[in-house]
Design a binder for this molecule. Structure first.
Ligand SMILES: Nc1nc2c(ncn2[C@@H]2O[C@H](COP(=O)(O)OP(=O)(O)OP(=O)(O)O)[C@@H](O)[C@H]2O)c(=O)[nH]1
Ligand SMILES: C[S@@+](CC[C@H](N)C(=O)[O-])C[C@H]1O[C@@H](n2cnc3c(N)ncnc32)[C@H](O)[C@@H]1O
Ligand code: SF4
Ligand code: SF4
Length: 336
């Protein structure tokens, strides 16, 4: 791969289908302290190979190469990204990169009440937090943890320290939390929360769980429109949620429906795993090694060349409809 022409350096990240990539989802650890039933039902299991997660310098070099190629937004994810002891240092390094306008975080929220002020000071511009139920018992049933009150406190604290909006994620599942749809709506009536319902995605480790609990978001979209919610326009660095607003609500509703037709047509994001592989899609491939080019600042040009040429192999869409989740055992290994 090292013989790629250097003219590709500084190129914008455009794929063969003319989609441009502004958004990097960067996983910084596979480790998680929750056991969400749709993700890591048995908790995090350490891998025998013991390859370490990217260091702060390696993470900075990933960010630097993407920023040079037009990336404007980086989202830190995991596993649970805030479990890293050097989390604040990682944030400070990425915030300092020229061209990165948004440094976002996806978290299970368990450290938020204590740490969100430091995250804000370090440079996290927006936070997405997972809250799969507003009922503490259901929350524990889904996540395996009795942490509902802590996460709710964390959200309140985020507002106190100056975040004007928080996005909340719930994977909506039949026979579990789906009956709470209207409670979630009521919750955001007077709160500046974008409440997002994510369709359960099938991954390699699921057996009958997907068939048992998957619920199409399409019916929810129709219901929202019937109830007076209006679909909003998207901006270049937005994720895949369809966002709805209602004149009577301060909060917003987002629907993430990966099984919807044309979901991938607006794909604007790439992923790098916690061990330094580039993933062109959330589903369906093994990843392209970057780590050998993350060892020195001198490899930036080769790194950019590798990113550009790898991107030309990105497929048009996922194959989830055929039940093909590629090699993705669960989404914690790549950060969702
Ligand atoms: N199929 C698919 N799902 C995605 C993609 N990007 C995000 N998701 C899912 O969307 C859900 C919410 O993701 P978040 O990490 O909160 O971020 P986001 O909604 O993409 O990002 P923002 O718009 O930046 O807030 C997770 O379950 C992700 O797995 C994608 O490219 N493809
Ligand atoms: C993998 S987690 C990593 C960040 C953090 N630990 C959290 O839970 O927010 C990122 C997102 O992926 C979502 N997710 C995980 N597995 C999923 C699945 N099978 N289907 C749909 N969403 C999933 C989670 O709900 C979460 O919002
Ligand atoms: S969804 Fe997030 S919090 Fe839940 S097990 Fe997966 S990585 Fe952990
Ligand atoms: S499934 Fe793959 S191609 Fe589709 S939007 Fe997600 S990352 Fe992009």
């Amino acid at each position: 791969m090292q013989s790629i022409p250097i003219k590709q350096v500084g190129q914008r990240l455009v794929d063969a289908f003319l989609r441009e990539y502004y958004y990097l989802r960067l996983s910084i650890t596979d480790v998680c302290n929750f056991r969400c039933n749709y993700c890591l039902p048995n908790g995090y299991q350490a891998q025998p190979e013991r390859q370490s997660f990217l260091t702060v310098d390696e993470i900075r070099r990933v960010g630097q190469a993407f920023a040079a190629m037009g990336t404007r937004k980086i989202r830190l994810t995991g596993g649970e990204p805030t479990l890293r002891k050097d989390f604040v240092e990682i944030v400070e390094n990425l915030t300092a990169l020229e061209g990165i306008e948004q440094l976002a975080l996806t978290t299970n929220g368990y450290r938020m009440a204590k740490d969100v002020e430091r995250w804000k000071q370090a440079g996290i511009t927006s936070i997405n937090v997972s809250v799969d139920s507003l009922d503490p018992r259901m929350f524990q049933q889904i996540t395996g943890e009795n942490k509902f009150a802590d996460v709710m406190q964390g959200i309140e604290r985020a507002f106190e320290v100056g975040y004007r909006k928080v996005k909340v994620n719930a994977v909506l599942m039949k026979d579990l939390n789906a009956t709470e749809f209207h409670q979630f709506l009521a919750w955001v009536k007077n709160r500046p929360i974008q409440m997002r319902f994510i369709e359960l995605m099938q991954t390699g480790e699921m057996d009958s769980f997907f068939q048992q609990h998957h619920l199409s978001g399409q019916r929810l979209a129709e219901q929202l429109v019937r109830e007076g919610w209006q679909l909003q326009q998207k901006s270049l660095t937005d994720g895949p949620a369809k966002v709805f607003k209602h004149p009577d609500y301060l909060g917003e509703i987002g629907l993430i429906m990966p099984y919807e037709k044309n979901f991938c047509a607006s794909c604007n994001r790439l992923r790098v795993s916690a061990k330094g592989k580039l993933h062109l899609c959330l589903f369906g491939e093994e990843g392209i090694e970057l780590r050998d080019l993350l060892q020195s600042d001198d490899s930036q040009m080769l790194l950019q060349s590798r990113l550009y040429s790898a991107l030309q192999g990105k497929r048009e869409h996922h194959y989830l409809h055929q039940g093909d989740s590629g090699i993705r055992a669960n989404l914690a290994t790549i950060g969702g």
